[in-house]
Design a protein around this ligand. Structure first.
Ligand code: MN
Length: 728
């Protein structure tokens, strides 16, 4: 059992300047906090934090990390509080301890295997400081070492599974190969006890039988010495787990494996590695196809070595690994010893592809830095900034884009959950739907049958899924409204033209105007893609022809008379004009009066201005009164038929609109104008009342008919109180 004194001695071994008083205070605090608590083994609880601290001291870590190791279970398992730790040990140690505690609170779901990668990311994202992760890994290592004390096999298996799926890959990623290997071995023993026992037995047999390893090592040493090469030689059995995995992946029996024992020849220089390789191949028969040069092509995790398999001095097939001390350091400890190589071009280039190289670099900085400030700076993790990891109430892990809200969470489960999402609980508390979620949050969604998405939601969701869901719903809503409006437009127009039709007749429209269905026809009418006339031409051609004739033959038609300009009757005359305004001397310049902005289709009058041509006013314009005593300036004019019907020119109509203070009202208004093919030329907010804005808006339209259709669309908007033409 390790004692406090041993720990301090261990730390002093690599850090003379260690703050012994701090380590002692952390030890005493932890001892008091854990009191009489005991481990499953029956030992005092304190043994655990001491062992964890010792594992970290093996990695030569700083005082704060060692102190956190001693304190790591106090927040979770005792009455100690964050503030207490902060008062006694400072913010850094309190924060780190809290970080470890947060990691400890993560519970793993049943679907661990599928979600393992996300859990690993969650761990990295939540660690924030590499030291938090290191303490957690050391904690897990000691727990695995003492796992056999748990009586329930099921529990042991569950913990071993977690270790294999989460902690082994994490240790691998930060280059802690020794810890990784041990975690793997301990898990394997619990998960596959029979296979483990069988391999263990074979290894023991092999060792006893012929004492092969020391004999081979001795033979290799002699050969190297005879060639005048300075080298360390080691022989080490592979772990049962790595043997098992090789047997599985290559489908081999134990006896078929050549590399159960790895012999390592460790030299000073990289060049010497190749010389040693040449020597080995000279002396022993190489097994073809087994040579690998991981020096010029390192493995992704930074591993470098030469591997070859030969028939050894006693006729044994054996694998030989040749590497430098520095390469060996990486292979064994994963500590960033290889950063020595960053000056060497091949080394640094090869490392660029390594995803977690910065973590290893961090490890090195942690171990080498004397400057506490720089140390802290380097220890900060800023991983997975673009993602956030959260949990469902059942413990399922979900990955969302950073900045995600409960609404994003809801849409990620299912569109219907999103569409009916009424409120949310985050970590058990009611939270607004726009709350930004943090790593590790548990989110619960409360739905309501009566809830519907609203346009405001689009402003705070961040996931594509949520945005698409909301848009899809809102568009479908819009379509419903448009269908209603289009139906209305068509019915009114039909009444005006005395045309009867049934909905079935509209099927004839689908093909020529490329509409999906009758609803699409209505929507087209509402959006101004389609005009009633186009429809009547197909479903009631005789009626349209008749009304044309009626117009041409000047048959009185009350409806037509209202919509058409006055002026000298006569179809022929109407047709031979080429300019917009009829009744003027060709070449005379004309202006549209800004006061009334007359539109084609409206009754108009011309006023002669001396030297400035003619100004065209609407007949109802109030400004005309000013000319009442100058009848000679009045000109009888009318719009040409072309200008009424072709709509090639645009004219400005000025509106006064009362717009309610609804969210999205202005956008609904402008969208409606756009959909009716109008263009907003100018827009002023002229005043506001408690419930509405007064808006003056200039809209470009083609003619009076277009304008009136536009007015219909605007009037139908829920956000519009009143709308009227603004005349002067
Ligand atoms: Mn612990």
């Amino acid at each position: 059992m390790i004692r406090q004194y041993d720990l301090v001695t261990q730390i002093k071994g690599y850090n003379e300047k260690t703050d012994v008083a701090l380590i002692n205070r952390a030890y005493v605090f932890s001892m008091k906090a854990h009191g009489n608590q005991r481990r499953a083994s029956g030992e005092p609880y304190l043994v655990h934090p001491l062992e964890v601290a010792s594992i970290l001291a093996d990695l030569k870590l700083d005082d704060a990390t060692i102190a956190v190791a001693l304190l790591h279970d106090t927040l979770e398992d005792t009455l100690a509080s964050y503030d207490e730790l902060k008062d006694l040990f400072g913010k850094e140690i309190a924060d780190l301890t809290e970080g470890v505690t947060k990691l400890s609170r993560i519970t793993f779901s049943e679907t661990l295997a599928e979600q393992a990668e996300n859990y690993r990311k969650l761990f990295l994202a939540m660690s924030q400081d590499i030291r938090v992760l290191l303490v957690k890994l050391a904690d897990r290592l000691h727990n695995m070492r003492t796992l056999h004390h748990f009586k329930k096999e099921e529990k042991r298996r569950r913990i071993a599974r977690e270790t294999m799926d989460i902690f082994v890959p994490l240790a691998d990623r930060i280059g802690l190969y020794n810890i990784k290997g041990e975690l793997e071995e301990l898990s394997f023993q619990i998960l596959e006890p029979d296979d483990h026992a069988r391999i263990d037995e074979r290894l023991a047999e092999m060792k006893e039988q012929d004492n092969l390893i020391p004999r081979v090592v001795e033979a290799l040493r002699e050969e190297l010495a005879a060639a005048g090469m300075k080298a360390d030689v080691q022989g080490r059995e592979k772990t049962p787990y790595s043997i098992w995995r090789k047997m599985r992946s290559k489908n081999l029996a134990f006896d078929q494996l050549t590399d159960i024992v790895a012999y390592r020849i460790i030299v000073e220089q990289k060049e010497t590695c190749y010389q040693v390789l040449g020597l080995i191949h000279d002396i022993y028969k190489a097994i073809p196809g087994r040579f690998k040069d991981y020096i010029s092509a390192p493995k992704l995790n930074g591993y470098q070595s030469l591997h070859t398999s030969v028939i050894g001095p006693f006729g044994n097939r054996m694998e030989v690994q040749i590497r430098t001390h520095d390469m060996h350091d990486i292979a064994e400890n994963g500590v960033a010893a290889h950063w020595i190589y960053k000056h060497a071009v091949d080394g640094s280039e090869a490392m660029k592809g390594t995803q977690y190289k910065w973590l290893r670099q961090l490890m090195e900085t942690l171990q080498q830095s004397d400057d506490p400030e720089e140390f802290l700076e380097n220890a900060k993790l800023d991983l997975y900034r673009e993602q956030v990891f959260v949990f469902s109430p059942k413990g399922d892990l979900m990955v969302l884009p950073a900045g995600a809200t409960p609404l994003d969470f809801a849409y990620n489960i299912h569109t219907n959950i999103g569409n009916t999402c009424q409120s949310a609980k985050v970590n058990g508390r009611m939270a607004p739907l726009r709350t930004r979620l943090n790593n590790g949050d548990q989110v619960e969604i409360i739905t309501s049958k009566n809830q519907r998405p609203n346009p405001g939601w689009r402003e705070f969701v961040v996931s594509a899924k949520a945005r698409a869901g909301i848009n899809r719903y809102l568009r479908s809503q819009e379509k419903d409204e448009q269908v209603k409006l289009g139906k209305d437009i068509l019915e009114k127009a039909a009444r005006r033209e005395s045309i009867r039709y049934s909905e079935k007749d509209l099927d004839k429209i689908l093909e020529p105007y490329k509409c999906k269905d009758v609803e699409d026809v209505y929507a087209g009418l509402a959006q101004g893609r389609l005009f009633p006339k186009q429809i009547f031409e197909i479903i009631a051609p005789e009626a349209v022809e008749a009304s044309r004739k009626a117009l041409g033959d000047e048959v009185t038609n009350v409806q037509q008379a209202i919509n058409k300009p006055s002026g000298p009757p006569g179809g022929k005359e109407r047709r031979d004009v080429a300019v917009a305004i009829e009744g003027l001397t060709p070449g005379i310049s004309i202006h549209m009066a800004k006061c009334c902005n007359p539109l084609p289709g409206e009754k108009i009058v011309g006023i002669i201005n001396t030297g400035r041509g003619v100004t065209i006013h609407a007949r109802g314009c109030k400004n005309l009164e000013a000319f009442a005593d100058q009848p000679e300036r009045f000109l009888s004019v009318r719009w040409s038929k072309e200008s009424e019907e072709t709509g090639e020119n645009v004219y400005v109509a000025r509106l006064r609109v009362a717009l309610f203070h609804h969210p999205g009202a202005l956008s609904a208004f402008t969208t409606a104008v756009f959909n009716a093919e109008g263009n907003i030329a100018d827009l002023h907010i002229e005043g506001r009342s408690p419930d509405a804005f007064d808006i003056r808006c200039d809209i470009e339209v083609k003619n009076l008919e277009h304008f009136e259709r536009m007015m219909g669309v605007i009037r139908s908007l829920k956000c519009v109180g009143t709308v009227e033409r603004y005349n002067g």
